[in-house]
Structure formats: structure tokens, C-alpha cells
Design a protein around this ligand. Structure first.
Ligand code: SF4
Ligand code: SF4
Length: 106
């Protein structure tokens, strides 16, 4: 599994919904890819090695979240997301991150 990196919101952005239009609409220009000019601290931030340049090993992430060490991610949000400068600029309050982690890990 690989993840979208939104140009202003960073990692772990999800879209829930779709629009069906009867006519074609002009789309905005394609955004610049933030990862192309980044030192990529995300590649080494996961303490479980679950999210790397090779992709996202979801079972490995879940296993780690069951451990005591994984409670930092459960409480404060994914450490990979927190290390991404784009994600940091679109910060979530800790309660929001904890909520999403509980929904993800159940
Ligand atoms: S840390 Fe950099 S390379 Fe990694 S997802 Fe964020 S912008 Fe992309
Ligand atoms: S939630 Fe924690 S264990 Fe899972 S990918 Fe993010 S940093 Fe790694």
C-alpha cells in the first residue's frame, strides 16, 4: 500500500465521497509534489518500520500499536505524519489524532 501526500495537508488525508457531474469542468492545474523537494524524514520516522519507502505494512503497524511503545502513536498520532513538514503545517489537535487512531486501530 502506498499513500497520497496532499500538497497542503500532507499524509493521512482521506476522501469520502464522489461527485457525478453531467458536464465536463475545467480542473485546476496539477499541484507541485511536495516530496520532490523534501529531505524525506518520513522514511525513517516509524518506530516499527511499518511505513518506509517500500510502502505501508498495515499489519505491522497494527501489531506495534498493540504494544506499550505504540501508545505514543495512539495518543499523538502517527509518528510518520508528525515528522512530515507538510503535515506539521496542517496540524491536528491531539484529540483529533487520537480519535482517528482509535478508529483505525480497532
Ligand atoms: S516528509 Fe517530505 S517526503 Fe515525506 S511525505 Fe512529507 S513531504 Fe513527502
Ligand atoms: S501509526 Fe506508528 S507504527 Fe503505524 S505507521 Fe505510523 S508511526 Fe508507524
Amino acid at each position: 500500500m502506498r499513500l497520497l501526500v496532499h500538497e497542503t495537508q500532507g499524509l493521512f488525508v482521506s476522501f469520502r465521497g464522489a461527485l457525478a457531474l453531467k458536464a465536463a469542468v475545467d480542473l485546476p492545474p496539477v499541484a507541485a509534489k511536495p516530496c520532490e523537494t523534501c529531505a524525506a524524514p518520513c522514511l525513517t520516522a516509524c518506530p516499527a518500520g511499518a511505513l518506509t519507502g517500500a510502502g505501508y505494512d498495515v499489519p505491522r503497524c497494527h501489531d506495534f500499536l498493540d504494544s506499550e511503545a505504540g501508545q505514543d502513536c495512539m495518543t499523538n498520532g502517527c509518528a510518520v505524519r508528525r515528522t512530515c513538514p507538510v503535515s506539521q503545517a496542517y496540524a491536528r489537535v491531539p484529540e483529533q489524532s487520537a480519535y482517528h487512531m482509535r478508529q483505525f486501530h480497532r
